[in-house]
Design a protein around this ligand. Structure first.
Ligand code: SF4
Length: 294
């Protein structure tokens, strides 16, 4: 539950007001249609939803229109029962043959899906596989690292690919320091309560989630003073999350969807620009527009 501003003062209270305003103004249905999470909502069975979320988040790399077209293509090749097909590695490979998206090839996506399905079957669900690791290790980043390692091992992801970038990039290791935005996005989709966008399928407390950071969120966060880090890496994601937790310790990433779509709609110049900044929802708390800013 949000602290509602009652115990917040000064800059945090102003930030909370601005973020609540951005959230309230976000046209959720319209923005969801432009977001890869909408693919997950097409499926009714939990096994299919988890695997579709894995595919959609893994391919969420690059221009949003182009990546949504590629997710559509992959899902249409796999048909309506993704989990059933994923039980048959030969069928997965046949259906995905020739698929490409940026650095990812058909074999990368096939191995990801096969590995995810094997983990899903071994633990009952991909979410249970993660919470088992979280219970054992205590730390979210370590648990995600072990979860990724198990999927990669079961799918032989990376093996036999000659060290090609796509085979490792499609499901990166959270221990390497990068922001692993797509993995944290998947986690947000699956763990935040069902609100029409996120699905509430995984039993990970929302207070443990870390914000998925891409260039838009990183730039906005710097402009809002949520982080001073110049790299959009895992530590920046942790810093931004900690800053948001001052506003709502129980659900610090609840502003991610609206901020992400604000970033898509508003080309942020990261400087005081009356034309480009016109209508920006966070202008009242942007460092470029505070009193005395140039
Ligand atoms: S007010 Fe301008 S510089 Fe600040 S976050 Fe918005 S678009 Fe970016």
């Amino acid at each position: 539950m949000s602290r509602g501003g009652s115990s917040l003062r000064g800059a945090d209270a102003a930030l909370l007001r601005a973020l609540e305003e951005v959230r309230a103004r976000c046209d959720v249905e319209a923005r969801k249609a432009a977001d890869p999470v909408h693919f997950v909502h097409r499926y009714a069975e939990r096994d299919d939803q988890e695997l579709v979320a894995m595919i959609a988040s893994a391919l969420a790399f690059g221009n949003v229109k182009a990546l949504c077209a590629k997710i559509e293509e992959a899902l249409s090749r796999l048909g309506p029962r993704v989990a059933e097909v994923a039980d048959d590695p030969a069928a997965v490979r046949a259906r995905l043959a020739g698929f490409r998206h940026r650095v990812y090839r058909d074999e990368d996506l096939a191995r990801l899906l096969i590995g995810a399905r094997r983990v899903q079957r071994a633990h009952g669900s991909l979410g249970k596989a993660l919470t088992d690791k979280l219970d054992a290790l205590g730390d979210l980043r370590e648990a995600l690292g072990a979860w990724v390692a198990e999927i990669r091992e079961k799918g032989e992801l990376g093996a036999g690919a000659g060290g090609r970038r796509g085979a490792t990039h499609i499901l990166p290791d959270p221990g390497k320091g990068s922001a692993v935005k797509r993995i944290l996005l998947l986690l947000r989709w699956m763990a935040r309560p069902a609100d029409g966008v996120d699905l509430g399928l995984w039993d990970v407390p929302t207070s443990r989630l870390i914000i998925p950071v891409d260039t838009h969120i990183h730039k906005l966060s710097r402009n809002l003073g949520l982080t001073a880090r110049t790299s959009a890496d895992f530590r920046a994601a942790e810093e931004i999350t900690a800053a948001l937790a001052r506003l709502d310790p129980e659900d610090p990433v609840k502003y991610d969807f609206s901020l992400c779509h604000l970033g898509m709609l508003q080309t942020c110049p990261s400087k005081r620009d009356p034309v480009a900044c016109e209508g920006c929802g966070v202008k009242p708390v942007c460092r470029h527009w505070r009193r005395g800013a140039r």
